[in-house]
Design a protein around this ligand. Structure first.
Ligand SMILES: Cc1cc2nc3c(=O)[nH]c(=O)nc-3n(C[C@H](O)[C@H](O)[C@H](O)COP(=O)(O)OP(=O)(O)OC[C@H]3O[C@@H](n4cnc5c(N)ncnc54)[C@H](O)[C@@H]3O)c2cc1C
Length: 437
């Protein structure tokens, strides 16, 4: 350890840490990231004209924390022309122009149609703010559902990585609100990053250079002689640095483990925040002509081992241009993902591909590459009745040297919530540094 005291150490290089580092880039800053890359749960790898996507992909459009940073970094978002509300039901794919028409389009009994329509009305009323979200579960908000209707909404609800009974009603409404573009915070997750979400991390790595220390797993951050002493392990060795201010931009339970001096109610709140798993398969295809899925971007799958299926090549299919090949992805969330965590990657790939082939037989003979990614902490969600006020009280109080940032500042995690929390923590660091000087 050198005598040098850095202005700020940012711990964690996901969207929250990257946003914090962006806003503090003029200071003496170090970013410590456990993985060998930045980006956290935003993860894609380039594959020629396409990219293999294995993490977050829907970016906010319009004015947002994320857009402000990525445009300043010279990155470009691309519009998605395909359907984001397609549904696989009983092995058939439906893509009606309006989601409201599903109760009339799907081959269902009258009882199922009525239940689906009623659940849809409750959702729409909640999303449009006509009724305050109850403090109960999303399952309670939707009401009792026949099995096949339950399967549709359960698959869609697992985008929160939780079952309908585990997530609060506000989480479910947020899931549908951000997709429909009228979520409570007005943010619509509706565009892609050209080249894949990994481009943001690449650009940040270029900007930070050696100030981003990769493969550095932080073990502790605690006050020592008026500064924060940060201990981390890199390449099998223990290293230390000192900083005036620290931003913990790691998942909530990791933050509680690193900062042992947090007030007990805050540490307890962080340690108890709910995360569920996501297990994904990214697929690179090699077809040489138009395919039945070309006009679909996102599909809820009610009868597969995965819940969601995506066509990441769709935003590139513009102006009649269609390069050979493509990029697909699927993921399971909630209970099915938890079960997949226990299974070998090769078996997961076989199971997921079998369902993709069942639904899109034209995939047969056109698969070039499959990569499975397990995210034990895939997404964060608020449980019914969960109280996070200790966390918000801590974050809002002045005089702190340790700040918290992450997607868990929202009821449902997404990159915009994370980047907003990172920007807020950066503002507090600047304020504390100016008070001290
Ligand atoms: C499959 C999938 C699909 C998703 N889809 C979307 C989407 O379409 N749109 C959207 O907005 N969001 C999506 N999300 C969620 C989004 O990725 C997260 O909300 C976002 O990445 C959270 O950012 P974060 O910085 O809070 O946490 P993370 O992205 O998890 O970053 C935290 C970082 O901290 C590092 N870290 C942890 N412990 C330590 C330690 N001890 N020392 C050093 N570093 C450490 C981790 O390695 C990680 O890089 C998706 C997530 C997944 C997994």
């Amino acid at each position: 350890m050198h005598d040098r005291v850095h202005d700020v150490a940012v711990i964690g290089g996901g969207p929250a840490g990257m946003a914090a580092a962006w806003h503090l880039r003029d200071l003496d800053l170090v970013l410590l990231e456990e993985r060998r890359r930045l980006g956290g749960r935003l993860y894609s790898e380039p594959r020629g004209e396409y990219w293999l996507n294995l993490g977050g992909h829907l970016f906010p459009s319009g004015r947002s924390h994320v857009q402000e940073i990525i445009s300043a970094l010279g990155l470009r978002t691309v519009a998605i022309s395909g359907s984001k509300t397609s549904l696989e039901f009983g092995g058939t794919v439906y893509s009606p122009r309006r989601v409201e028409s599903y109760p009339f389009v799907l081959p269902m009994t009258v009882r199922e149609r009525v239940a689906l329509a009623r659940a849809g009305l409750r959702l729409a009323a909640g999303v449009r703010g006509r009724r305050p979200p109850p403090d109960g579960s999303f399952a309670e908000l939707l009401g009792p559902l026949p099995a096949r209707v339950d399967a549709i909404l359960r698959a869609a609800g697992r985008r929160a990585c939780a079952e309908l009974e585990q997530q609060s009603a506000s989480v479910g409404l947020s899931l549908f609100g951000t997709l429909w573009g009228d979520g409570a915070d007005g943010v619509s997750l509706s565009v892609n990053l050209d080249g894949g979400s990994g481009r943001w991390a690449e650009a940040m790595s270029g900007l930070l250079g050696e100030r981003a220390r990769l493969g550095a797993r932080v073990v502790s951050a605690a006050e020592r002689d008026g500064h924060q002493l940060v201990v981390y392990r890199r390449d099998g060795r223990e290293e230390r640095l000192r900083a005036r201010q620290v931003i913990l931009a790691v998942p909530a339970p990791a933050a509680a483990a690193i900062a042992s001096e947090l007030p007990e109610p805050v540490a307890r709140c962080l340690a108890g925040i709910g995360y569920g798993a996501f297990v994904c398969a990214g697929v690179i295809t090699k077809e040489t002509g138009a395919m039945p899925w070309d006009d679909i971007y996102a599909l809820v799958s009610a009868s597969s081992c995965y819940d969601m299926w995506f066509n990441h090549a769709n935003p590139l299919r513009t102006g009649g241009h269609r390069a050979d090949g493509g990029s697909l992805m699927c993921y399971a969330g909630g209970a099915p993902a938890a079960a997949f965590l226990e299974i070998e990657e090769s078996e997961i790939a076989s199971l997921m591909l079998a369902d993709m082939l069942r639904i899109f037989p034209r995939l047969d003979g056109n698969i070039d590459e499959v990569k499975v990614q397990k995210w034990e902490r895939g997404n964060v969600y608020r449980r019914p009745g969960e109280d996070r006020s200790a966390l918000h009280d801590y974050a809002n109080a002045p005089g702190r040297a340790v700040h918290l940032a992450g997607d868990y500042f929202g009821d449902l995690g997404n990159m915009e919530v994370a980047a907003g929390a990172g920007a807020a923590a950066a503002g507090k660091v600047r304020h504390e540094l100016s008070r001290a000087s």
